[in-house]
Write a protein that binds this ligand. Structure first.
Ligand code: S3P
Length: 424
């Protein structure tokens, strides 16, 4: 059994960087992910007026000098969020309530991703956006300023949309109430609560109503230790489930229940896995998760499973390759709007290595097989696609080559070395 930790949580790191940049005074953050996405967000927060150091590769403590909720000012040039959808979308929300103008842009992948899901509801609050090249795609110019309170029914369950609205309410000083059709990750709500921006949540059927009735005039500095990223842990757990090592134990990992839907799906496949919450830090449950080699069985994944497992569905699809039977993932059209279209990237690459699968508009079917697999995988610059196929490629029975491996830097710097250590 190999025991290890994974780099800091990408979602928590990005939120912490933005909120620290908006706080009054010096925040102390430990364990911030030094991946390409948080680096892009950190650079943008610095360009807006906060003092942000380089993110240390080992996740050691950093101090961020916040500019205050009304302290951000127009940056000298475009804010380039690189590959980071979370960074771009959350910042668009925070900027909407600030008295400034800014252009938000990103790399080719981010410039192809839908932004109206953010700018339309922010527009209802009174925020002004101008798309500079193509409607609904970055770059977009935001002219922030006076906002009004909203009460919105969101058409998709998206933590990015929800968080953008809450951040706009925070910087704009207006109440925000919203209903989401599913329960997306709730890191923003937990952090807001910890900072005195009280959030009320009511579960409504499959969804949730989130209310910030009384935004504060200022937020205090953060003192936060970022947990290990459960999404990054998933790749190494997958390696253990597939029998590429005799077992993996990952400590100090975030176990927020809005993030553990992928582990639940592995459980349904019969996985020999266990997890224990050991502490709570900054409102986030943290603990240990273990996985052992398992003869997996196929499962049916439906719409109600998707939100809590959205980033883990590629790993479930790879687990399905070695499971007995045909695994179906449906109700997951959101996968088409990630760093790449993950449904088509999974199907095309699975077929390229010899796995029988079928594509649906909202998901895919994967037929389990014991056969050795071979072929070349093109992850299309998507970190999670590269890592799940990287795990499949690490099986000595397969002859799979993953191209463009550097894209893992977005969320898991050092992934290839860690994987090699796990499977050696
Ligand atoms: C994230 C939310 C999810 C997830 C992404 C990170 C976040 O996206 O896929 O990797 O940090 O808020 P959506 O909110 O668009 O589903």
């Amino acid at each position: 059994m190999i025991r290890l930790r994974v780099p800091g949580d990408k979602s928590v790191s990005q939120r912490a960087l933005i909120l620290a940049g908006l706080a009054d005074g010096a925040s102390r953050l430990d364990g911030v992910l030094a991946g390409a996405d948080p680096r892009s967000t950190a650079a943008a927060v610095a360009a807006l007026g906060a003092s942000v150091p380089d993110l240390p590769a080992d996740g050691s403590e950093i101090r961020i000098g916040g500019a205050g909720l009304r302290g951000w000012s127009s940056p000298g040039g475009p804010l380039d969020l690189g590959n980071s959808g979370t960074g771009a979308r959350l910042l668009l929300g925070a900027l909407a309530g600030c008295d400034l103008t800014a252009v938000v842009t990103g790399d080719a992948s981010l410039r192809s991703r839908p932004m109206k899901r953010i700018t339309d509801p922010l527009g209802v609050m009174g925020a002004r956006f101008e798309y500079e090249a193509s409607d609904g795609r970055l770059p977009v110019r935001v002219a922030g300023g006076a906002l009004r309170a909203v009460d919105l029914d969101l058409p998709v369950a998206s933590a990015q949309v929800k968080s953008a609205l809450l951040l706009a309410g925070l910087t704009g000083g207006v109440p925000v109430q919203l209903t989401e059709p599913g329960v997306s990750r709730d890191h923003t709500e937990r952090m807001f609560d910890a900072l005195g921006a009280r959030i009320i949540r009511h579960v409504r059927g499959e969804g949730v109503r989130v209310e910030m009735r009384d935004p504060p005039d200022r937020i205090p500095p953060l003192d936060l230790r970022v947990p290990g990223d459960p999404s990054s842990a998933t790749f190494l757990l997958l390696a253990a489930l597939l029998g590429l090592t005799d077992g993996v134990e990952i400590t100090d990992v975030g176990l927020n229940p809005t993030r553990t839907g992928g582990f639940d799906l592995f459980d349904r496949m019969g996985a020999r896995m266990s997890r224990e919450v050991e502490s709570e830090q900054g409102g986030e449950p943290i603990g240990t998760v273990r996985a052992l080699p398992t003869d997996l069985r196929a499962i049916q994944v439906g719409a109600s499973d998707v939100v809590r497992a959205i980033d883990e569905l590629p790993a479930v699809a790879i687990a399905a390759v070695r499971a007995e039977g045909v695994t179906t993932i449906r109700g997951a059209e959101e996968l088409r709007h990630k760093e790449t279209d993950r449904i088509s990237a999974l199907v095309d690459n699975l077929r390229a290595v010899g796995v029988a699968c079928e594509e649906h508009p909202d998901g895919l079917e994967v037929e389990g097989t014991d056969a050795p697999l071979s072929g070349v995988v093109d992850p299309r610059h998507d970190h999670r696609i590269a890592m799940v196929f990287g795990v499949l490629a690490a099986d000595p029975r397969n002859e799979i080559r993953v191209t463009g491996r550097d894209c893992v830097e977005v969320s898991f710097p050092g992934f290839w070395a860690t994987l090699a250590e796990v499977v050696s």
